[in-house]
Design a protein around this ligand. Structure first.
Ligand code: IMP
Length: 199
């Protein structure tokens, strides 16, 4: 593929979520000169698409057009099998304007109980998109499977980390050291694909 990202490229990271920005910065291994959409005062577009991939592309394209720089955006979320994939692309919205994830995690638990299902299977998805201003875009998706546990455990992560136990492990993402999570997360897996495509 002809699209390549040279080391040192100035890259706008189109996320306004500090937890995700920190993980992306670590995953990018200081390879690029990162500027955040917040620092540039870029507007946050409405996430009007119906998939993680669609929303990541929409955010990367908007940031590239608004800044004139290559832009990286992600869209991610938690999906519960018993809820047919919800909250999914609505993961942030389930936490309300106050971004209350204790409330969002209780909501996941209650909605699953309401279904009567014993299935606690769940997965995190991350779509990563890179867009060139006025040009092409590349998008990839990574996923980590696991199960949900209640009540929430651990305070090391963010969002839904305290209720997610990755496959073959006993600790929640909220109890794991950030480096251990970063090594296996949906974002790390998506980034490995992006690296293969672009670096
Ligand atoms: P968005 O990608 O900004 O629409 O938001 C995705 C939402 O999914 C975040 O606000 C988190 O609540 C949740 N989420 C995504 N990735 C993770 C993760 O690694 N751990 C915990 N929650 C996550």
């Amino acid at each position: 593929m002809a699209l390549k990202l040279e080391p040192g490229t100035r890259l706008v990271v189109a996320t306004h979520n500090p937890g995700k920005a920190r993980e992306l910065a670590e995953i990018l291994e200081n390879r690029f000169r990162l500027v955040s959409a917040g620092e540039l005062g870029l507007p946050e577009p409405d996430e009007t698409e119906t998939s993680f991939v669609g929303n990541a592309l929409l955010k990367a394209r908007a940031a590239a057009e608004a800044s004139g720089l290559v832009a990286l955006a992600d869209d991610s979320g938690l999906s519960a099998a018993a809820l047919d994939g919800a909250p999914g692309i609505y993961s942030a919205r389930w936490a309300g304007p106050a971004r209350d994830f204790a409330m969002a995690m209780r909501k996941v638990e209650e909605r699953i109980e309401e279904t009567g299902s014993q299935d606690r299977g769940a997965w995190f998805t991350s779509a990563l998109a890179v867009a060139w201003p006025g040009g092409p875009a590349v998008v990839v998706e990574g996923r980590v499977d696991g199960s949900l546990t209640f009540p929430p455990r651990g305070d090391k992560g963010f969002g839904y980390d305290p209720i997610f136990v990755p496959e073959n492990l006993d600790l929640t993402f909220g109890e794991m050291d950030p480096a251990a999570k970063d090594a296996m997360s949906h974002r790390a897996r998506a980034f490995a694909k992006l690296k293969a495509a672009l670096l």
